[in-house]
Design a protein around this ligand. Structure first.
Ligand SMILES: [Zn+2]
Length: 189
């Protein structure tokens, strides 16, 4: 900023004003200040996102899950959880799609058996976004605020640390993070 003469000191001319330095959270739609940085990828550790505290936590939770996986494994993991719906299963092959039904693993009995069967039958027609909505038990129009709130609840409930490192919790947590990633991407599209 230029030091201005007394004549102009009653206001700072727009062009001379310092550029606003507030960096917004990189989470789509989040207007909070992005105070925490997080690397964009394991092979791009010097390339950062900037998040608010909530979003850096969510990001770190997803990041931890992928720890130890190569980029190819991560992509495979994501693909596996989002493309199975597009496979063509023989009609009536309930056990077949039950076995491959990664997205509907339900160790907490959130859905009763009948409901799961019905949902599995429908699952083949689902888009990845619909599957993700189901995993997160979301319904209706999705906003970022709704997604964030739901994700927080689910992370609190299903975080493996809160469940003694239980395998089923890990699976559930994995699903939730994948669903969250899918929905975030769709909101960001
Ligand atoms: Zn944020």
């Amino acid at each position: 900023m230029k030091a201005t003469g007394t004549k102009r000191s009653w206001r700072i001319p727009y062009d001379d004003a310092p550029k606003p330095q507030v960096r917004h959270c990189d989470h789509p739609g989040c207007m909070a200040e992005g105070e925490y940085r997080a690397p964009k990828a394991r092979d791009r550790l010097s390339d950062y996102y900037w998040f608010c505290l909530d979003h850096v936590r969510a990001y770190n939770a997803a990041w931890d899950f992928y720890k130890g996986m190569s980029q190819a494994q991560i992509e495979d993991e994501i693909r596996r959880s989002t493309t199975w719906q597009r496979e063509t299963w023989p009609l009536g092959a309930k056990t077949a799609h039950r076995r491959f039904n990664f997205g509907l693993h339900d160790p907490f009995g959130v859905f009763d058996d009948d409901e799961v069967g019905e949902k599995q039958a429908k699952a083949r027609m689902e888009t990845p976004e619909e599957a993700a909505m189901r995993v997160m038990a979301l319904d209706g129009p999705l906003t970022l605020a709704i997604l964030k709130r739901r994700y927080k609840e689910l992370v609190k409930r299903h975080h493996p640390d809160a469940n003694g490192g239980d395998k089923d919790s890990e699976e559930k947590f994995k699903e939730i993070n994948q669903a969250y990633t899918t929905l975030l991407a769709s909101l960001n599209a």
